[in-house]
Design a protein around this ligand. Structure first.
Ligand SMILES: [Zn+2]
Length: 314
């Protein structure tokens, strides 16, 4: 019996030892795997952290570089802006060659650039008419020329400023419009011109303003004062002052008392002229002039005219 017992016990013992060894082996394998995995994860975490840190650093540097570039760009931009300002000022206030301007005014009817019309308004400014004319011109983006009177400028300084600011040309029609005074002596023409220029400068608050353009009350030729007018022209010439009459008119100051008559006069006197200087008035009683202005503009546009003012002759 004993004989058989011994080997069974031994076998059991061997089996147990074997089981323990396998268990230990499994534990060792599991442990090494977990250790390996642990090391791997730690490495990965470290790497990703490093990457994160690296990204942050890169981003910080990028923003720094961006900032630096901005500063560089700003410092580079500044002188350019200054340059632009200087140029803009030069554009606003060009150095005018008045001898050339006078020549261009003298040759106004020889223009070869296609149909053009210069709208001109005399005897203003007046509160009753001028603002409405300016409104209509603004609506159509047309720049006109105003031949103003010194003794009206004096009382309507804001209107002169508005005319100027809205791009119209302010020219000179003498001070009194009283033929007995302005044509009492040939020197009086230049005297009234100068006094009116003074009023314009005062109204604009611009000591340098100078129109260099005169329109004789009643026109530069003919009439009782013709001889005197011709003599006064020499004085204007010496001072580089041009004078300008007209070659078309609505007769708004001479009997055209309906819209129909005004437009009729316009059509007849404009005809098919290439270069038109159109005489109108913005004196206080010229209500019809602004009431007809829109229709008049549309008529001229329909005939293919381009609207110009004296700045276009500089
Ligand atoms: Zn006049």
């Amino acid at each position: 019996m004993v004989y058989y017992v011994e080997p069974i016990k031994l076998r059991k013992r061997h089996a147990n030892k074997f089981k323990i060894a396998i268990a230990i082996l499994i534990v060792i394998i599991v442990l090494s795997i977990s250790i390996a995995l642990g090391i791997f994860t730690v490495k990965k975490v470290r790497e990703s952290k490093n990457n994160e840190i690296l990204e942050n650093v890169m981003e910080e540097r990028k923003t720094e570089i961006d900032k630096q570039q901005e500063v560089v760009a700003q410092t580079q931009e500044q002188p350019e802006e200054k340059k632009e300002n200087v140029v803009a000022q030069q554009v606003v206030k060009p150095e005018v060659d008045y001898k050339k301007f006078v020549a261009n005014v003298n040759n106004i009817y020889d223009g070869k650039e296609g149909k053009r019309v210069f709208l001109t308004f005399d005897d203003g400014p007046s509160e009753a008419v001028t603002p409405y004319i300016l409104d209509t011109l603004k609506k159509y983006n047309i720049k006109a020329t105003f031949f103003v009177l010194g003794d009206r400028v004096k009382y309507n300084q804001d209107l002169i400023k508005r005319e100027y600011n809205e791009g119209h040309y302010i020219a000179n029609h003498g001070y009194t419009h009283d033929y007995g005074k302005i044509y009492s002596n040939y020197k009086k023409v230049l005297e009234e011109y100068n006094n009116t220029e003074k009023e314009i400068r005062k109204a604009l608050g611009n000591k340098k303003y100078s129109s260099h353009l005169f329109r004789y009350p009643g026109g530069s030729v003919g009439g009782v004062y013709n001889k005197l007018k011709q003599k006064s022209k020499e004085q204007l010439k010496k001072n580089d002052i041009a004078y300008l009459d007209w070659n078309a008119l609505t007769n708004d100051a001479a009997g055209a008392n309906t819209k129909k008559k005004i437009l009729q006069n316009l059509k007849e006197t404009v005809g098919n002229k290439e270069n038109v200087v159109l005489l109108m008035h913005d004196a206080p009683d010229k209500i019809l002039t602004y009431e007809t202005l829109e229709e008049l503009i549309k008529y001229l546009q329909g005939k293919g005219y381009v609207f110009k003012n004296m700045y276009d002759l500089m």
